[in-house]
Design a protein around this ligand. Structure first.
Ligand SMILES: *[C@@H]1O[C@H](CO)[C@@H](O)[C@H](O)[C@H]1NC(C)=O
Ligand SMILES: *[C@@H]1O[C@H](CO)[C@@H](O)[C@H](O)[C@H]1NC(C)=O
Ligand SMILES: *[C@@H]1O[C@H](CO)[C@@H](O)[C@H](O)[C@H]1NC(C)=O
Ligand SMILES: *[C@@H]1O[C@H](CO)[C@@H](O)[C@H](O)[C@H]1NC(C)=O
Length: 213
């Protein structure tokens, strides 16, 4: 995987001229799976289960502490990208914080303004089960201070997404199923209902990615 990552990073830097303007980014289906989050400097930041409603633009991420990786962050997030609102949930203490999203970019959906980069064959595509064909997309972060690169399968399941910024991240999706297995995970828990929206301090940009800082 790291070879592919390096490759994508390298071609990213020269991507603009090769972009195919006739391609439209695909839209990911509903998904249930696992997400691993790594800081590019090497720290395994989080690992956990995701549930994604692609039409409703809702995402739940819950870190899984029983995972083998030594992760440094424990998070439970429920995001409503359409409404621009999200919840940081603490199920153990039954507490919740409701905040506004200033940036709706996230690793499960290719932004509409992304540019198609290339189709890449990982492994050996001529042997059944040994190859993975992925489409790579690239684009600038909304604040223009960095780039992202997203690689998805032919069916638009994200494989990995990178955000190259002051703090660079890689998100990988694993064991994806094309359905929502537990729709209740996308419902605001009763103890979070009716909360006021917390104020966002001046200069803070809330986004799914920034939650892993
Ligand atoms: C995705 O999930 C939502 C919420 O459960 C549902 O309304 C929608 O029909 C699903 N979409 C597909 C394509 O299955
Ligand atoms: C946590 O991770 C383990 C190992 O990957 C998995 O078996 C388990 O189902 C996960 N639990 C949750 C709540 O995601
Ligand atoms: C887990 O990571 C922390 C710092 O990120 C480190 O101090 C600790 O030794 C690690 N534990 C294991 C078991 O690797
Ligand atoms: C739950 O609340 C207690 C008391 O406010 C706090 O000390 C503890 O850290 C909280 N637990 C979690 C998991 O945040």
């Amino acid at each position: 995987m790291y070879t592919a990552v390096t490759f994508v990073v390298l071609i990213c830097l020269t991507a603009a001229t090769h972009a195919d303007h006739h391609h439209q980014p695909c839209h990911s289906p509903n998904m249930t799976g696992f997400l691993s989050v790594m800081k590019m400097k090497g720290e395994m930041r989080a690992y956990g289960a995701i549930t994604y409603d692609s039409m409703g633009k809702k995402l739940r991420f819950r870190s899984n502490e029983s995972h083998f990786a030594n992760t440094s962050l424990s998070l439970d997030l429920l995001m409503f990208f359409e409404e621009g609102i999200f919840y940081e949930i603490d199920s153990k203490n039954q507490t919740c914080e409701k905040k506004t999203l200033q940036c709706t970019i996230h690793p499960l959906q290719i932004p509409d303004e992304a540019r198609f980069l290339a189709t890449i064959n990982s492994g050996n595509p001529s042997i059944e089960g040994e190859g993975l064909k992925i489409n790579a997309w690239v684009g600038s972060m909304p604040d223009k201070k960095g780039y992202y690169s997203m690689s998805v399968t032919m069916g638009c399941l994200p494989v990995f997404s990178m955000y190259l910024d002051e703090t660079s991240f890689m998100f990988s999706l694993l064991d994806v199923e094309n359905e929502i297995k537990d729709p209740d995970l996308l419902v605001v828990p009763s103890f979070c209902q009716g909360l006021p929206v917390e104020e966002t301090p001046e200069g803070t940009v809330n986004s799914f990615i920034n939650e892993f800082m």
